[in-house]
Write a protein that binds this ligand. Sequence first.
Ligand code: DC
Length: 223
Amino acid sequence: MINIALDGPAGSGKSTVAKKVAKELDILYLDTGAMYRACALKCLLSGVDVKDTDGVKKIMDGIDVKVEYKDGSQVTLLDGKDVSFDIRKPEISMMASTVSAHRFVREKMAEIQRNIASSMDCILDGREIGSYVLPNANFKYYITADSKVRAERRYKELLERGEKVDFDKLHEEIIQRDYNDSHREFAPLKRVPDAKFIDTSDLTADEVVEIIVNDVRRGKTNV
Ligand code: DC
């Protein structure tokens, strides 16, 4: 079984890299961030503040988050509805970061992720895949880049989708999300010692893909 854990902060290039690795190795790509985004969207639609523990708990009791695959791409379903587009809205990013800090939210999502990972070869991207969700994954990576480079990547991505955003605000938000994600009490963003560290600031996505694919084909990671 191939389980690849790809962790790192917002904008480090995880999803681009994970998609390409999955295609190259013909395995599944599971975007775990999309699941937290779906939880945040449900709070928004229900008028519940993502910081309100009791309110979020009620939401999580009845939530139905599923992922399906259409033509090799992940479709994220919230209560049976395809929300893949809506969860990418910039205002959902910070809400996802906040909602994901609740322990019960993480436990519920991690269980779904572990079930998927135990049944098929896959690459998961997130914040704590190597440290908490799949500590026994056979390939682990931690990728990052300078915060400005990461903000530039997100900026381009959003522009391409037709979203107008202020670059400085986006940069600030990335720094704030880094802080939230790495300082939460339970399962924070963390680089584990057995994960290979890759700084992607000066690397193309294809160069990062090559490193991972070569490791998997050789059957080992040199950390
Ligand atoms: O990767 P992303 O930007 O789509 O993730 C949105 C938020 O979800 C991120 O700021 C933190 C949270 N998240 C998490 O806590 N654990 C994961 N495995 C993935 C995302």
